[in-house]
Design a protein around this ligand. Sequence first.
Ligand code: PLP
Length: 394
Amino acid sequence: MSLNQKYIGLGNQPNAIRELFAYGQARKAEIGDDKVYDFSIGNPSVPAPQKVADTITELLKEPADVLHGYSQSPGQMGVRQAVAGNIKRRFGIDAQAKHVYMTHGAAAGLAIAINAVALPGEEVITVAPYFCEYKVWTEHAGATLVEVPARAGDFQIDVPAMEAAINEKTAAIIINSPNNPVGSIYSRENLQEFTDMLRRKEEELGRQLFLISDEPYREITYGDEVPYVPCMYADTLVCYSYSKSLSLPGERIGYIYVSDTMENADEVFYAVSGSARDQGYICASVLFQRVVEACVDEPSDVEAYRANRELLTGIMDELGYEYVQPQGAFYLWVKALEDDDVAFCNRAKAHELLLVPSSCFRSKGYARVSYCVGADVIRNSKQAFADLKAEYDA
Ligand code: PLP
């Protein structure tokens, strides 16, 4: 048998978040939906905008062989033009459709982007805590993922620590703002200091340092500005997704934008196209490409998440939990009540509170609470959070 042992291992490795979610489903069937407080997964609780359904209804009147047919590998030109137009209108960059590659969500976008710019033996750096699949995609390229902890206290990019981690093997840096799992947004000052440092390092090392900006939560914000990275740093690849902004996670649609500010954007776009081809990520769903074309300027509805954020942080304040004030995305990063975050989450589980330990994101001492749930789940969970706290206070 010549099966790939690495993939057997990867396929067989349980994903802790999905396992917890599956446990929650089973537990709900056992004791009732309203008795389990499942804060495990980041599945948007806000429905997709009505315009999405209306667009699909209209599109279904088109000839099926076209609507359900293949597009060119990077996507339909009209769709890429619509995305480029949106970038231009919003951020003032002269974005060209030829640098937009439609992908199967940010997951495929990141796998493509990382493998386009990183070579075997090179390093890709990211800020910890982070979305753990970065490691899988980096290792697919034969490169190593290097973790640099976020700045203590405010979870911004620790620029001096990042600078110390960059060396002649560094191919790329992945950042994610608004951030999963912390909910932080990197400020303009922080990004300015960071990108100034990157430019200096590019000169010093005589090589391009690619910045991969993972942006599925760009629209999920509560007032803070999310600076557009290509406006600050030329060598940027944006990995965007409609999973959260249009609540379409199951439809697998997003894009990579190779910044037009990049001197060799055409060449990097070829590398993106080649990486996508190599991994079989060509021609994202044409139906959903067309939905994006029609809904590209549709605003995201964040009011339910905002209300949940207020409700949850209010409960945390009242009960005396410490947490990072969430600026974006729909996650609350709560300090565990003991050093061992896994033990803490196990004790929470005994109160039917399903929280994800921070070690799932390569960080210690916290738990992630996904508040993209019905408000009732948060309201009804208050007693369980109180009982958990009382257990530690006793
Ligand atoms: N990056 C981060 C930080 C995420 O949280 C997620 C999904 O939750 C992804 C990437 C992948 O998103 P998509 O559904 O677009 O593949």
